[in-house]
Ligand binder design. Structure first.
Ligand code: NAP
Length: 294
């Protein structure tokens, strides 16, 4: 019987002779390390001047990828790009646009994509402002929808054909654990994150046949400026000390600590690697165990 498995990185075929002289073909799954190399791959990492996005770019560069850092502030992007690994002659660059203006993102990206191919796309940007859903205005939902869903879509469409041509594509969306369990005081964010996760799953269904995977990484409370701002705002509102609020949040996390951006980046980097070829259409929390769903 011939079995056609696509585990090329650990798959070996050998023909052995049975006692009765019959030749038997065996497929051996060898004990080689999984392939995490991104040498020669080109990554577009959005929201990457700081925080989780920057940690992702740092890790992808260390694995050999050429990275394009994309956000609003050119100076912070240039400072960030200068910190990426270049020991494998990776060539990094920056791209500037404000995701609150999808037309501008489309213009900038379509122009850039004419000259640049992408194998790995990380969709990410700043999170929507916090607050209860009962205080959210129509325009708050529209702004978050534009910045998160519409921009993800525009960017994905702009780079999708180059992934198809290469026969290799990884689209990884940084969302939030609120995809699984809504978080307190993040009404607009909870709502929009669900839409992004559903968009991603639909994309995964359509793009899987081209060796393009689409997955979501869901960070829990992670030490970045975003988390700092949320705690500061909450302290203002509740009149509690920031340290008290931090401690309350930490008590809800089985790991009893906040995550580091590098810990989110490690999951993104795995999903971007050749080793993750068969992981598609998933939403993976990286949250120290906080999310209360199975
Ligand atoms: N940190 C957490 O605890 C946590 C938890 C769950 C989910 N998340 C989500 O994960 C994502 C990243 O969070 P983070 O903590 O890394 O945030 P962060 O430290 O605030 O970084 C946000 C990044 O996005 C860029 N950005 C912000 N607004 C943008 C815009 N309008 N257009 C283009 N780029 C923009 C920023 O660069 P510029 O300012 O230069 O544009 C920056 O590089 C967010 O969606 C956040 O809500 C974070």
């Amino acid at each position: 019987m011939s079995v056609n498995l696509h585990f090329s990185f650990i798959r070996e075929e050998m023909t052995i002779s049975a006692n009765n002289g019959q030749k038997i073909q065996q497929i051996c799954l060898g004990l080689r390390p999984m392939n995490l190399s991104l040498e020669g791959k080109k990554a577009l990492v959005c929201g990457s001047s700081q925080g989780i996005g920057f940690a992702v770019a740092e890790q992808l560069a260390l694995m050999g990828a050429h990275c394009t850092l994309f956000a609003r502030n050119k100076q912070s992007l240039e400072e960030a790009v200068a910190r990426l690994d270049i020991s494998l002659r990776q060539q990094h660059q920056v791209l500037v646009a404000d995701f609150s203006n999808p037309d501008n993102v489309k213009l900038v990206l379509n122009e850039w994509a004419k000259e640049n191919h992408v194998h790995i796309l990380v969709n990410n940007s700043g999170g929507p402002p916090s607050g209860p859903i009962t205080e959210a205005r129509d325009i708050d939902f529209l702004a978050a929808f534009n910045q998160h869903l519409i921009c993800n879509h525009i960017i994905t469409l702009a780079v999708m054909d180059s992934m198809k041509e290469a026969g290799f594509g990884r689209i990884i969306n940084i969302i939030s654990t609120s995809v699984k369990v809504p978080l307190k005081n993040l009404g607009v964010s909870n709502t929009i994150r669900g839409a992004v996760a559903s968009w991603a799953k639909t994309m995964a269904n359509e793009l899987g046949q081209f060796n393009i995977t689409v997955n979501n990484v869901l960070p829990g409370a992670t030490r970045t400026n975003r988390l700092k701002n949320i705690i500061e705002k909450s302290a203002e509102k509740t009149k509690l000390a920031e340290s008290v609020l931090e401690e309350q949040m930490i008590q809800e996390i089985p790991a009893r600590r906040f995550g580091e951006p590098e810990e989110i980046a490690a999951m993104v980097a795995f999903l971007a690697s050749p080793a993750a070829a068969y992981v598609n259409g998933t939403s993976i929390p990286v949250d120290g165990g906080r999310t209360g769903s199975i």
